[in-house]
Design a protein around this ligand. Structure first.
Ligand code: BG6
Length: 492
């Protein structure tokens, strides 16, 4: 089976922060890859902007280096790179003053082709409002325009609402694309297929048959030069409010009646509204916060969070574990355990759905332990799905039972390059398909779940537990799940 490329109409992608880190690592490589598939229609242009005073030529050099550094050598074709660079131009623009906006307007409006305009804000969230307003004020927003913003959307419900109000004063909600790049990951997409293109799982997809669900997003990296942002955010805001709650919603939501943006997002919103509140009353039993101490990463010895931060003191969590109950008929009694952290034992993200044990063992103890079935949906590093089942050990020797994975790893079944999440998300934004983007009410509802946890931590003075870099986090997070007679799935 080959992947199908759906051509998209001509567009202008205007990247604010065009000479920044996200543009270099993700956006320019993603756009290059999409060009190589033949998906673009002409004329498609990419206009970089930022405060730096670069010329077109300097920007093209920046883009060439970005491609050489972040695209695998096998995918680099000199004539494609040259063709790509010809699409690029650069306009210095100051997001906080009027400098450069006239030039940007000229660059976009010449030639006078009616192209879709995708304004990508790869800049500090502090600039989102000011850029959106200036886009409006300078008459750059047409009916065919979209604005694409990265998380964080605010740092709590109040600031998120304010920002959403500003965006809404310039763009309609159907023009606002709030990226959660986890939704663009191949396996996350496949979760939808698994649940709603198979009859097998849906009848079992509830607390009568599922014991609990675990969602782990473990990172081996530390701060990676983002100390300022991270220390102000922490793992709960950085990962749980968005990526992890989005994953939880996709696992927990009711079957949508169509795979269309608002229908899917309505279902996710219902889940967010059903989350059992965690606040000062139960924050100490339902959450664990941690901060890494010096230890070892996959690449050798590493310092502590405070070393990385170059500070003596910080109460910011680099690890968080939560027990989340969902108050509805489908999930009451089957908790979701979430954990995420930096400087953990390895880079691994997965969703583990553990089914209930069999009601009665007819085989006796000599057959060995009967382990409950598990569905493991691995997002990274090795994407795939494994359904763990009990089978008879092959051959003679009587009835001995064995726990084995039925491996549905896509890389083996479909030998195609997996597009990076940004490739899919950028093209969806140009197309105007919002299914994989967060609607404003979802973002605000997610903050409504997260804010009382932050407040609860403060009200109870809940300490951050130290954990050694290179481990699976504080021992209290193991206790969080083991108290309920369950264990984290740490087999990597
Ligand atoms: C980002 C967070 O949203 O996701 C980072 O801000 C984190 O702190 C990153 O490292 C993880 O993304 P991925 O795709 O590498 O799992």
């Amino acid at each position: 089976m080959v992947s199908k490329i759906i051509p998209i109409p001509p567009f202008d992608c205007i990247v604010f922060g065009g000479a920044g880190d996200l543009a270099e690592r993700k956006l320019l490589p993603a756009l290059y890859h999409r060009q190589c598939t033949g998906q673009f229609s002409e004329p498609t242009r990419i206009i970089g902007t930022s405060r730096s005073k670069l010329t077109d030529e300097e920007y093209r050099n920046f883009a060439r280096q970005a491609i050489e550094k972040h695209v695998s050598a096998d995918d680099i074709d000199k004539s494609e790179v040259d063709r790509f660079l010809k699409r690029l131009s650069y306009v210095p623009v100051d997001a906080t003053t009027d400098a450069g906006w006239d030039q940007l307007k000229k660059a976009i409006e010449i030639p006078s082709v009616k192209a879709i305009r995708a304004f990508y804000l790869a800049v500090s969230p502090a600039l989102f409002g000011s850029i959106a307003e200036r886009l409006g004020k300078n008459g750059l927003v047409t009916d065919d325009s979209r604005i694409i913003v990265e998380k964080p959307i605010g740092r709590d419900r109040e600031t998120a609402t304010k920002l959403n109000d500003i965006l809404a004063s310039v763009f309609h909600e159907n023009q606002i694309f709030r990226i959660d790049h986890y939704l663009g990951k191949e396996t996350v997409q496949n979760l939808m297929a698994l649940r709603f293109a198979n009859a097998l799982y849906e009848p079992l997809w509830n607390s009568a048959h599922i014991d609990h669900v675990q969602i782990t997003v473990a990172e081996s990296v530390g701060l990676e030069g983002r100390a300022g942002y991270y220390d102000n955010a922490g793992a709960l805001r950085d990962m749980v409010q968005n990526h992890m709650l989005q994953l939880l919603c996709l696992v927990a939501m009711e079957p949508p009646s169509a795979n269309t943006a608002d229908v899917v997002r309505d279902e996710k919103l219902k889940v967010l509204h059903s989350l059992s509140r965690i606040d000062s009353h139960n924050v100490t039993t339902h959450t664990v916060r941690g901060q890494y101490k010096a230890g070892a990463s996959t690449s050798g010895p590493v310092g502590s969070y405070l070393d990385d931060l170059k500070k003596d003191k910080s109460n910011t969590e680099t690890f968080v574990a939560l027990k989340v109950d969902i108050n509805n008929w489908r999930w009451a009694g089957a908790p979701f355990y979430l954990r995420t952290g930096k400087r953990l034992a390895t880079r691994m993200s997965e969703i583990v759905v553990t089914f209930k044990p069999i009601p009665y063992n007819i085989f006796g103890s000599e057959a060995g332990e009967i382990v409950p079935n598990r569905l493991v949906i691995r997002l990274q590093p090795d994407e795939g799905v494994k359904q763990w089942l009990m089978i008879k050990d092959p051959g003679p020797g009587g009835m001995r039972l064995h726990h084995v994975p039925l491996d549905m790893t896509f890389a083996d079944s479909f030998p195609v390059r997996n597009p990076d999440a940004y490739e899919r998300l950028l093209m969806d934004a140009v197309r105007g398909n919002q299914t994989l983007f967060m609607r404003r009410d979802e973002v605000e509802a997610a903050w409504s779940f997260v804010d009382p946890i932050e407040e609860g931590w403060e009200a109870t003075n809940m300490p951050v537990q130290g954990y050694t870099a290179g481990t699976w986090g504080p021992s209290k997070s193991i206790a969080l799940i083991e108290r309920d007679g369950r264990t984290w799935n740490d087999t990597v």
